[in-house]
Design a protein around this ligand. Sequence first.
Ligand code: AMP
Ligand code: MG
Length: 497
Amino acid sequence: MDPIAFDNSYARLPDRFYARQEPEPVAEPGPIRVNVELATALGIDLEWLDSDAGIAMVAGNALPPGAEPIATAYAGHQFGGFNPQLGDGRAVLLGEVVAPDGRRFDLQLKGSGPTPWSRGGDGRSPLGPVLREYIVSEAMHRLGVPTTRSLAAATTGEIVARDRFLPGAVLARVASSHIRIGTFQYYAARKDTEALRLLADHVIERHYPQAANTGNPVLALLEGVISRQAQLIAQWQSLGFIHGVMNTDNMLICGETIDYGPCAFMDTFNPEQVYSSIDHNGRYAYRSQPGIAHWNLSCLAQALLPLLDEDPESAVALAQQAIDAFPDQFLRANAQGIARKLGLRELGLEESAEQDTALVEDLWQLMAEHRLDFTLAFRRLADLAHERTDNEQSVANLFEFPEALHPWLERWRLRMTQETSTSEERQALMYRANPVFIPRNHLVEAAIAAATDSNDLSVFHQLVEVLANPWEYRSELALYATPPKPEQVVQQTFCGT
Ligand code: AMP
Ligand code: MG
């Protein structure tokens, strides 16, 4: 039996969807990590993946049977400016894995050498960005956020030249698919309606099968993407996650988070927070993420116009109506998210609507004013939902609300009395809505520094293992829950290029 069960539907699309491109072999493949849980779920032969043959596959030195490597074409708006031709410049899609449960996933190598879309780039990735993506994408998955995942990573034994010389690595990435808003934009920009149609059909069959049974399947597809993105961005907001490069080529049609370049989880709450070193105007700041998603989705709607209706005016009307639904959908998902974080069944029911809105708004305001740690403030709130003396989950020794928050805490406690659940039940739910371990930037940086500067992967492995259970606190892991000291605060993050 083949170690991976491939069935490559994207490679069966016409030539103008991709370039056939084999990964470029590297000097000396070395193991970094294999994701046992994911490999098992995908039905991939674990023993093989963990062997020299598996590592050679991850590094791009050996093609597994059934793989049909391609670099896919896409376009995209980068920081608002349209680039009609981006494409996989440092990645190849090996093929689609069909898991034992029938689900289909892309298996892509990132950092696997140049392609026709490299635009002068080397097609490679340094070790640091590979480790960052491994850590953060797997953490996001464990936090319950739809995301691309990391199947394995390997070193290349080669040096990559950036602002300094760095060890090279390759990431084997898994996604429901890598089809982006920018993939549709690529064909829309070329007025290739036939390709748009083929792509829409492909995506409907793969990700939105129920859309096929509606009167206007492409409209149902657009509505489906809008709804998934509204849910996704609400999840990001509820965790203090900042993506950093929400370009339209970095937004997937399947609704999974992709591209962990300059991303970061906030430590101190600040709605204006930006990390990316290239985001000079704060375009992709925390508070701007829902608005940017809305804008990106309108680019998708525009690309789909020729398929929405034969009559251009009707097509625009349909697209507009679909797009206009986003803000409400986001606000509703966001309200549900914050309600869960506060231990409330729902926000803003009837007579308490205005009060609830004020309760939430005031909390954000106070958190920003007093520079509270986003993650620990909510986690501490969960502690306070039900007082017990023997609470092993308590983060009281890491965080305490300042006096200035006490009146707000009193209002919150009063609001709790309107809930029908017991305080114990509420606390249990709050511990599942407010993680204690997130991939804090300074921890990610420390893991990267140990690997890059001292050839020590143990810090990386430990961090991945702690983040595999973000909900349960253990005091011996306090360091992983502790915010950075002033000198450890990471101010800027960089693209993985
Ligand atoms: P990203 O910033 O990761 O979303 O990448 C934007 C575009 O630049 C994509 O088309 C990438 O394939 C391309 N790209 C990024 N880094 C490299 C590289 N080192 N070599 C070639 N292409 C790259
Ligand atoms: Mg990208």
